[in-house]
Each structure stands twice: as C-alpha cells, then as structure tokens.
Design a protein around this ligand. Structure first.
Ligand code: COA
Length: 378
C-alpha cells in the first residue's frame, strides 16, 4: 500500500521465517544439529537411513522402526515404466539437475496418493521420492552412456545402491561408507534457499511434488548446491598446486566468487567440511591421486589468507566425489539425493502447522500517482 513503511533486508539475512524442530545451525560455533544430535556424532555413528528417520520423526529409530523404513524405501526404488521411457527420451546433453526437476514433476502423475493430503499419504510420498531420487540419477547416467539401467538391490543401503546402480558393480565398503557419510552431511540445513523454496510452495497447500520441484530448481544455482560442480571445474582448470595461488589472486582481483567458500550463516568452519576434508584426504591416499586434495588444501590456505573465508560443504565434497569416480555433473544431483530427506521433512512440518508465506517488498519504483497517457503520447 502506498506510504506504508517496508524496509527490505537484502537476501533475508538474519530473518527468522519459520519455527522448526528439524535442524539448527549455530554459525558462530560452527555447529550443525539434527533434532538435537550433533552432526559429528551422526557422521561417526549413524547411517543415512537412520538420519532420514530422525528428520521425519524427530527421534532416532529403534531397530524395528529402522528395518521397517529400510523395507519401505527399498520397495519404492523402482521407477514406473513411463518414467523410464521419459528418462530415455531426455537429451543426453541435458543438465542432470534439469532432468531431475522434469522427471520428479512427471513422477506425480503416477503417484496413487497425489491428491491425498493426509499426513500418512504425505509420508508415503516422502518415502517414494527419497527412494526414487538415486534411481532417477543413476538411470539417466547409464542411459546417456548407452548402458542398461541397473536395478537397485534390496540388501544394499541407499549409499551402496547409488554406487551399485551407477557403476553396475558392487561397491567396496570404504566407498559405500564415504557416500553414506556424504549423504548424512547434506541431509538438512534448516532454512537454506531450496528448503525455503519448498516451504513457500507447501504453504500455499500445493502438493509435495510441486514443493520438491521448486526445491530442485533452487538447489541447482551456483550460489547453492551448484557450487560443488563449480569447485571441481575450477580445480580441473587450475591443474596443479603451483597454479593455485596466482589463479585465486587473479580471480579475487577480478571480484569473482570462488565456488566452495563462504557461507551466509557460518562465521567459522562449516562442520560438514571437517568430515569431507578428511574423506577427500583418505580417498586421495587410497587411489594414489592426491592432487585434488592437495590443490584443495592450498586453495583453502590462500582463501583464508587473502579473504578470511572458510570452505563450505561444497568444497571438499567435490574432490571426494571426484575420487569416487563420479561424473562431475552428478555432484549437485547427489546433493539432491541427500537433501530430499530434509526437504520432505520440512514439507511435512509445514503442513502440520501451516500459514501462507507471503512477505512484502520495499517498493522503489516510479512515484504514485502516474497518469496513464494515451499510447500515442507516451
Ligand atoms: N569468493 C570470493 N569472495 C567471497 C565469497 C567467495 N566464495 N563468498 C563471499 N565473498 C565475499 C563477497 O565478495 C563479499 O565481499 P565484499 O564485502 O568485499 O564485497 C563478502 O564476502 C560477503 O559476501 P556475500 O556474497 O554478501 O555473502 P552472502 O552471505 O550473500 O553469500 C554465499 C553467501 C555462500 C552465497 C557466498 O559466500 C558465495 O557466493 N559463495 C560461493 C558459492 C558457494 O560456495 N555456495 C555454496 C554455499 S553452501
């Protein structure tokens, strides 16, 4: 309304826009908490499936509850035939995040619970989405390379199945555990941009598929999940440890944002980076390809010295996934395969206590009133 005072907060920085029981970030202490549990404890002592349960139900599962969830997830990994056909018809050159966005949207047509908005039905949809994300990503990867999709195995975890259906070979224990921890670390991060997008869509009482499509489109951006692909592109371009310092200094002088550094909330080390750094180091030693880890360390040192910026979750996930032999354009889709657990938890929470999310703008356009002139006189 004209004359009403609205002062905009750029990027909604520091604005508390929702109450949530799901996760909490303490930016000063560098802590990430999922439903009361420190991410460091979860990374060391839990599995991605346990974390999914924690995010959805607010408590770690009993053995029976965990077995039931695993059973439900493994029953839902298969894709409906028309979706398999759709994936085969998507151009091989498509960005996998665009593919994922399109396929998830189309999946809604085949969900028998689509119009049932009861909590039970919404949880079933959350299970289906979480189970199917990895299948969609690895099916596309195989099909675009002229290979047959591999059916997920019921005895493997989500992490194990991701690697199995990607490569067609059973992964070793270290690779599976590395992937499992990466999935745990990316699962939720309170009101990050894509989760906010999902909650905004949910708050109109739209369906869960629409909310998740909003979230995928938001995660894709290079300032959010797209950064991990940006990190590896930079490392590949730079090529060696010796080139890091001049490259970083030049990029900073040109006022470029360097992917994988900085964070809106953390003013200290991102606790997720602590684990990913170590995983990247260990994998580098194991494969004998230490270059990517060593280049990353050097870049971290230069960025701290020049800009006092810490690496974020996307920085060491890049060299970790690269060491696992994962194609670079699947890095952000892997982030989505994990974050679907957090997105759906937030969607379920939003439905529980919903109010339309509708902020205001600080209007800075032409002064009111303007006169509408006949078109010939404008
Ligand atoms: N490289 C170089 N400079 C950076 C930077 C980066 N990655 N991140 C922040 N900065 C600088 C900005 O240029 C700015 O400097 P200035 O005050 O001299 O102009 C200052 O730090 C504040 O940055 P700003 O972009 O306002 O912070 P933000 O809170 O809006 O943005 C991010 C947070 C994450 C979007 C930002 O740090 C960024 O773009 N990082 C790279 C992308 C990335 O890794 N995203 C994944 C996040 S998990």
């Amino acid at each position: 309304m004209p004359g009403e005072a609205n002062v905009a907060k750029a990027g909604l920085e520091g604005i508390v826009a929702a109450q949530s029981r799901i996760s909490d970030v303490n930016g000063d202490e560098g802590k990430l908490i999922y439903a009361g549990y420190d991410i460091h404890d979860l990374a060391e002592h839990s599995t991605f499936e346990e974390v999914i349960y924690l995010l959805w139900h607010g408590a770690l599962p009993s053995r029976t509850a965990l077995e039931e969830l695993k059973h439900q997830l493994s029953n839902e990994t298969a894709l409906p035939t028309p979706i398999q056909v759709l994936i085969s018809s998507i151009p091989k050159s498509a960005n996998p995040m665009d593919m994922l966005r399109t396929v998830v949207s189309a999946l809604s047509f085949y969900d028998p619970d689509l119009d049932d908005m009861s909590p039970d039905a919404n949880l079933r949809k959350a299970i289906r989405l979480t189970a199917r994300f990895p299948t969609i990503v690895t099916t596309f990867q195989r099909v675009r390379n002229g290979l047959q999709p591999v059916e997920p195995r019921k005895d493997l975890s989500i992490a194990g199945n991701f690697l199995f259906t990607l490569r067609g070979q059973e992964p070793d224990e270290t690779s599976t555990r590395t992937m499992d921890v990466a999935l745990i670390l990316h699962a939720d991060h309170e009101l990050n941009a894509s989760t906010f997008a999902a909650r905004v869509t949910t708050a109109t009482l739209s369906d869960i598929y629409s909310a998740i499509v909003s979230a995928i489109g938001t995660l894709k951006g290079p300032l959010h999940g797209g950064a991990n692909e940006g990190v590896i592109k930079n490392l590949l371009e730079i090529g060696s440890v010796d080139n890091i310092e001049p490259w970083v200094k030049k990029a900073l002088a040109e006022k470029k944002k360097i992917m994988g550094f900085g964070h809106r909330v953390y003013h200290t080390e991102d606790p997720r980076a602590t684990h990913l750094r170590e995983m990247s180091r260990q994998l580098g030693e194991r494969t004998g390809e230490k270059n990517w880890y060593e280049m990353s360390r050097k870049m971290e040192e230069v960025m701290m010295r020049e800009k006092r910026l810490n690496p974020n979750v996307d920085f060491y996930s890049a060299s970790t996934y690269y060491a696992l032999g994962i194609p670079t354009d699947l890095f952000t889709p892997i982030f989505a395969c994990s974050r679907i657990s957090g997105w759906t938890a937030h969607v379920l929470e939003q439905y529980k206590n919903n109010r339309l999310i509708r902020p205001r703008t600080d209007y800075i356009g032409p002064k009111y009133p303007q006169q509408v002139l006949p078109i010939e006189q404008r």
